[in-house]
Design a protein around this ligand. Structure first.
Ligand SMILES: NC(=O)c1ccc[n+]([C@@H]2O[C@H](COP(=O)([O-])OP(=O)(O)OC[C@H]3O[C@@H](n4cnc5c(N)ncnc54)[C@H](O)[C@@H]3O)[C@@H](O)[C@H]2O)c1
Length: 443
């Protein structure tokens, strides 16, 4: 009745204009008298009421043409607001299409990141369909992320610029494409930055992960998920080499704590909703197109600039060492995890049976002291580094990392083959070409 009011009040100013004050009995007693005085008005009022009732009776239910139009209008305004391509759904569908019927359709989050770019390219090269997603944040030079995106564009991988916390976008994306797998690499990386911007770790590594798992769980055909945890979950563990069976309840940084939280959250979604989930604990990944916040990268930059580099040591001059793992080896581990992932058992949020849950170390099993890393860089760059040895500050870094990879070897066939010098040679070659050719500055 309230919807009729504006029309009727326009026709007869006597009818009260505020809702709730309109009394039908008063209307009958008083207005009929008025209507008798205006037969034409009564006729038009009657016609209007009939027209409106007919409109409500015959308008299509939700899902009809009008509703679809309303939805698409909403979609296009959403698309504009989120700076998405106007035809992003079509691009995503095409990009996700595998070359053969047996190929995968993989959503790679963090695709413009270091590992994400390499994984996306490898998947595409072997014939899988890939859609990338990345928010291109400025934790490090977004120009480098854009350059990686250009590489992916050329290879036919479409990358959507969006945040994994955008539940609306994720829902639309999962409605648009049936992903068989999700390779989740988007995260706030870096141990030291957590002291400056702790919330960014919660945003991406906890909230963002839950948002992604929600989208996966709600998908009509749930994908299998492989995601990047980190060797940092071993925290203060001193038993070497680090095995998946070791304690991971003593993180040394907020980054590590959020990765550990991710592992527990993953278990919950596996247990309740039947999502097939594999966590991979990466050990210091390096290589071409790497991350400017990592030591091998900024040592290279500083050595070339003649700037002093800081080399940390532990108490009593203890050596700081890392199990440096070349990116191609890690990529092989990621693909093997995708290939051996079993299907999720849930459907539209309902679990149908127990699902696969796995965790593997992906390292190199050969820790190298940071001083040796510097010596290799000096040799490759043909420049002597200006070194300053300092006590390691308490900023979240651990003294050493060393992976036991026997589980990944047995179950994934994971066999890293690149030693540090070979891998750094490839990194330095890329670095000199990338930063030497154009006027790009390494952050
Ligand atoms: N590189 C390593 O040595 C290493 C070691 C252990 C674990 N990991 C993990 O591996 C994964 C990949 O690492 P990387 O070295 O390629 O890092 P990276 O920073 O280069 O890549 C991560 C990408 O995710 C994107 N991203 C971050 N938050 C996002 C969000 N909320 N929504 C959408 N995109 C977002 C970033 O823009 C970035 O491009 C990360 O999960 C990282 O924690 C890496």
């Amino acid at each position: 009745m309230t919807q009729l009011k504006p029309i009727l009040s326009h026709l007869d100013p006597i009818i009260p204009s505020s809702t709730g004050k309109f009394k039908p009995d008063k209307f009958s007693a008083y207005s009929f008298h008025r209507l008798r005085c205006h037969p034409r008005l009564a006729f038009w009022s009657f016609l209007s009421v009939i027209f409106i009732l007919l409109f409500f009776c015959f308008s299509p239910p939700d899902g009809g043409a009008a509703a679809a139009k309303r939805r698409s209008l909403h979609t296009s305004s959403y698309t504009r607001r989120m700076h998405l391509d106007s035809n992003w759904e079509l691009k995503a569908r095409n990009s996700a299409r595998p070359r053969s019927k047996t190929g995968f359709s993989v959503l790679v989050t963090g695709a413009a990141g270091f590992v994400g770019t390499h994984v996306s390219l490898s998947l595409k090269r072997r014939g899988d369909g890939v859609v990338g997603l990345d928010n291109f944040n400025s934790y490090y030079d977004p120009g480098l992320k854009k350059a990686r995106k250009s590489l992916l564009d050329r290879a036919g991988v479409y990358v959507i610029e969006a945040d994994i916390n955008d539940a609306v976008l994720l829902r639309k994306l999962f409605e648009t494409v049936h992903f068989t797998h999700v390779m989740h690499l988007a995260a706030q990386a870096g141990v030291r930055y957590a002291m400056q911007n702790p919330n960014s770790y919660i945003h991406s590594n906890v909230n963002g992960f839950v948002s992604l798992l929600e989208a996966c769980k709600n998908a009509t055909l749930q994908p299998s998920i492989v995601w990047a945890s980190s060797s940092s979950v071993y925290g203060l563990n001193s038993k070497v080499p680090f095995s998946e069976k070791d304690r991971t309840d003593r993180p040394a940084s907020l980054y590590a704590a959020t990765k550990k939280a991710g592992e527990e959250i993953a278990h919950t979604y596996n247990h309740i909703y039947g999502l097939s989930i594999t966590g991979l604990r990466f050990f210091t990944v390096y290589g071409p197109w790497g991350r400017p916040d990592m030591a091998y990268f900024f040592f290279t930059k500083d050595i070339l600039k003649g700037k002093e580099i800081k080399i940390f040591e532990g108490a009593d001059h203890a050596t700081v060492a890392r199990d440096f793992t070349y990116v191609d080896d890690v990529v092989k581990g990621c693909l093997a995890a995708l290939d051996t992932a079993k299907k999720s058992t849930g459907n539209g949020g309902k679990k149908k049976g127990a699902a696969q849950f796995r965790i593997y170390n992906l390292g190199n099993t050969n820790p190298v002291p940071v001083a040796d890393l510097v010596a290799i860089l000096e040799k490759l760059l043909k420049v002597k580094a200006k070194k300053k040895v300092l006590a390691m500050p308490r900023n979240g870094d651990v003294l050493f990392t060393h992976a036991n990879i026997s589980l990944a070897r047995k179950e994934l066939g994971y066999r890293p083959t690149t030693d540090l010098e070979t891998g750094l040679k490839k990194f330095v070659k890329w670095y000199l070409r990338y930063y030497g050719s154009k006027k790009k500055s390494a952050w």
